[in-house]
Design a protein. Structure first.
Length: 336
C-alpha cells in the first residue's frame, strides 16, 4: 500500500465532509458512514454512504489544496496542467460516454473554491475491482485486455481542435503544433527540476530535443484523445452476465489531445491488447524515434515527480536511471 507522505494528499475534517455533502445533495441528506480510500498520492478520496439522496453510495475526490504564488515559483508543488485537470475530468468522461467507453458518472464537480480551496467532485461508486486484482484468472485477463485494446482504439478516434490539455469549459490549452506542446511540457519539468537542483542539464537537453527535431514531431497532424495514465489500477472490472467485463476507465484527469502513440500502454507486450486495438504501431524510423522521445519525456517527468513532488525517492531513482539510459539510446539515432 502506498503511504500518504506526498504533502499533496490532504485529508479533510468530518465537519467539512458533511458540509460538502449538504451543499451538493441537500440538507435532508444523511451521511451514514465514510472512509478514506488508500492508494493515491495526488488526489484525496473518500467513499461515502448516504441516506435520503438520489445516489446513496458515492466517491468524493479532492484535488490538492490551491497555493497562491507567482507563476514558476520554485515552491509551487504543482505543474500547470495539474491545476486544471480535475475540473476537466467530467469533459473527458463526456467524450467517453458519447462513444460507448464505460466511465464514472460524475454527480457534481466544483472548481469555484467557494467552500474549500480545492477542486472536488462527487461521483457514483462503481462496485468493481481493479484489473490487477489477483483473483482475475489469466484467461479472463487476456479477454479483458482485448476489451481494453478495443476501447483504447475508440478513444483514439476522438479528435481535438488542437494538441494539449482539455479544460473544464471544453476548450483545449495547447497549440496546433504537437512539437510546441511537447516542448512546453518538457521545459516546465526542466524548470522545476533546475530549481530543485535535480538532474542538472538533463531537462534542458530533453526540452531542446523537441525544438531541434520540431519537424519530426509535427509530422503528427491529428490530435486525438489519449488517457495518459492507462494502467491496470485505472481499469475497473465487474461481473456481467456471468463473466468479467470492463466497468469503467477511471482517473482520466491526465488525459490530453496528443499523438495516439503518446499513449504509453501501446508499448505493452500483451498480444490480446494489440489484437483488440487493431492498429499497428508506426514502425518507420520516424515513428520509432518519436516513441523513444515520448518515453524519455515521460521517464524524466516521473523521475522529478517521485523524487520531489510525492516523496518516493526509490522510484524516482529508478526513473532517473531509465531517463539517462533512454537519452543514450536517443544519441545513437544521430538525429541531432
Amino acid at each position: 500500500m502506498i503511504t500518504m507522505n506526498s504533502g499533496l494528499h490532504q485529508t479533510i475534517t468530518a465537519e467539512m465532509l458533511h458540509h460538502l455533502v449538504e451543499k451538493n445533495f441537500g440538507t435532508a441528506t444523511i451521511v451514514k458512514n465514510f472512509a478514506l480510500l488508500h492508494g493515491g498520492l495526488f488526489n484525496t478520496t473518500y467513499r461515502i454512504q448516504l441516506e435520503h439522496a438520489s445516489v446513496t453510495d458515492v466517491i468524493l475526490r479532492l484535488a490538492p489544496e490551491r497555493v497562491v504564488m507567482p507563476s514558476g515559483s520554485a515552491s509551487d508543488p504543482l505543474f500547470s496542467f495539474e491545476r486544471t485537470m480535475m475540473a476537466a475530468e467530467p469533459v473527458v468522461y463526456d467524450y467517453y460516454h458519447k462513444v460507448g467507453i464505460p466511465a464514472p458518472n460524475i454527480i457534481a464537480c466544483d472548481d469555484s473554491g467557494s467552500i474549500i480551496p480545492r477542486t472536488y467532485m462527487f461521483m457514483e461508486f462503481i462496485p468493481s475491482k481493479q484489473l490487477d486484482h489477483p483473483s482475475i484468472s489469466e484467461a479472463d485477463k487476456e479477454r479483458l485486455y482485448h476489451q481494453l485494446g478495443a476501447y483504447t482504439a475508440v478513444m483514439h478516434q476522438i479528435e481535438g481542435t488542437s494538441f494539449g490539455w482539455p479544460q473544464g469549459d471544453g476548450t483545449i490549452k495547447g497549440s496546433n503544433q504537437w512539437s510546441e506542446v511537447l516542448h512546453s511540457f518538457a521545459e516546465e519539468t526542466a524548470l522545476k527540476a533546475s530549481q530543485a537542483g535535480y538532474m542538472p542539464g538533463v531537462g534542458q537537453e530533453i526540452a531542446d530535443m523537441f525544438i531541434k527535431n520540431k519537424d519530426l514531431f509535427d509530422q503528427v497532424a491529428v490530435p486525438v484523445l489519449v488517457h495518459n495514465d492507462l494502467w491496470e489500477a485505472n481499469v475497473l472490472v465487474h461481473e456481467e452476465n456471468g463473466e468479467l467485463n470492463i466497468a469503467a476507465l477511471i482517473d482520466g484527469d491526465r488525459s490530453m489531445f496528443a499523438d495516439r502513440e503518446f499513449e504509453a500502454i501501446l508499448s505493452t507486450e500483451s498480444a490480446a491488447f494489440h489484437e483488440g486495438y487493431g492498429h499497428p504501431q508506426d514502425m518507420s524510423d520516424e515513428g520509432q524515434a518519436r516513441r523513444l522521445a515520448y518515453r524519455i519525456l515521460s521517464s524524466y517527468f516521473n523521475a522529478y515527480v517521485h523524487e520531489h513532488q510525492v516523496d518516493q525517492p526509490e522510484t524516482g531513482q529508478k526513473y532517473c536511471k531509465r531517463t539517462r539510459n533512454l537519452l543514450e539510446q536517443w544519441k545513437q539515432l544521430k538525429l541531432n
